[in-house]
Write a protein that binds this ligand. Structure first.
Ligand code: PEP
Ligand code: MN
Length: 338
């Protein structure tokens, strides 16, 4: 961090300012005293420094960060890829996995049938929303606790670990047997929820907010990790832009950027990114080619009758076909599922 001191500031004021900065353990301040300008180079872990607070000091002209404001999620402090282990199924590093299933859990037959079909296509996880964040309060809100019970039933039948979204920390007891807790795009900056999840050891699939920068996304991961939970998987699911031809704009560049900045696994969700079933295949393949560690894909046994997101859902047969192409792209990169 670079702190530029206002011209003609008394040396004693600068010295006491430096002494104050160095009270934070692990921080060293290096003073560069020029003819007209004094600069302080602050090195060490500056992630806990409040930059706005520094700017309010009477002697400070400007403050510039030269290091990212996140530490736990930062690849600089953790060069090796993080591999998240979910009951023996690994994701990250050399491990690529697919998470698939319906947008919403609707009934036992629906979730069990889809689970059986996606498992046959080599999906490692079953997804399904029980608590649904819907734009309209009149739209289907999910089966809630019953939805989680039905996912557990499908898990019992197929052995597939389950991924489902949490919207309120008060619901955490219901998620005790859920394998991966999803934080949806709309809750990416629900900091109280993130803090609560940081106090658990559950793997967390954190989706990027609709209109959030990559740095904000990584700061949200940092919230979870700062509480002691290192099991975070990032999910790029498209961002809002001026474009209306697709539901969101798939930010494919976020995948290599996130992987460069962070050691956390990165998966992509082409279903919510494109919002149309025929777009899922090209976006999924682009994500794999860009280096994603996994994919989340919505699959429904009867998309036309789905209670949410039917338009972007693949049928099990279509999913099987897309999985073959995903495997082909992985093979071209010298990778495979698993
Ligand atoms: C979902 O995965 O069903 C979902 C609601 O996604 P997002 O939070 O990315 O909109
Ligand atoms: Mn959905």
């Amino acid at each position: 961090m670079i702190i530029i001191i206002k011209p003609n500031t008394k040396k004693e004021l600068v010295s006491s300012f430096v002494a104050e900065l160095e009270k934070t353990p692990g921080l060293q301040a290096h003073l560069v005293d020029g003819l007209h300008t004094t600069i302080i180079g602050l090195v060490g872990d500056t992630s806990k420094i409040d930059i706005d607070n520094l700017r309010t000091s009477d002697i400070v002209e400007e403050v510039k960060r030269v290091q990212e404001p996140y530490k736990n999620a930062n690849r600089k402090f953790h060069p090796d890829d993080t591999v998240v282990d979910i009951g023996g199924i690994k994701i990250g590093g050399s491990h690529f996995q697919v998470i698939s299933g319906p947008c919403s859990v609707e009934c036992e037959d629906q979730i069990c049938e889809i689970a059986r079909r996606v498992k046959a296509a080599d999906s490692a996880f079953l997804r399904g929303g029980a608590f649904k964040p819907r734009t309209s309060p009149y739209a289907f809100q999910g089966l809630k606790a019953e939805g989680i019970e039905l996912l557990l039933e499908a898990k019992k039948k197929t052995g597939l670990p389950i991924v489902t979204e949490i919207m309120d920390a008060a619901h955490l007891p219901l998620f005790e047997n859920v394998d991966v807790i999803q934080v949806g795009a709309r809750n990416m900056q629900n900091f109280e929820l993130l803090k609560e999840l940081g106090h658990t050891k559950k793997p967390i699939l954190l989706k990027r907010g609709l209109a959030n920068t990559i740095e904000e996304f990584l700061m949200s991961a940092e919230y979870i990790m700062a509480g002691g939970n290192e099991n975070v998987i990032l999910c790029e699911r498209g961002i809002r832009t001026f474009e209306t031809a697709t539901r969101n704009t798939f930010d494919v560049s976020a995948i290599p950027v996130l992987k460069r900045l962070s050691h956390l696994p990165v998966v992509a969700d082409p279903s919510h990114a494109g919002g149309i079933s025929w777009l899922v295949e090209p976006l999924a393949l682009a994500a794999v080619a860009a280096g994603a560690d996994g994919l989340m894909i919505e699959v429904h046994n009867n998309p036309a009758k789905a209670l949410s997101d039917g338009k972007q859902s693949l049928t099990p047969d279509e999913f099987y076909g897309v999985m073959l192409k995903i495997k082909a792209v992985l093979a071209a990169l010298g990778k495979s599922i698993g």
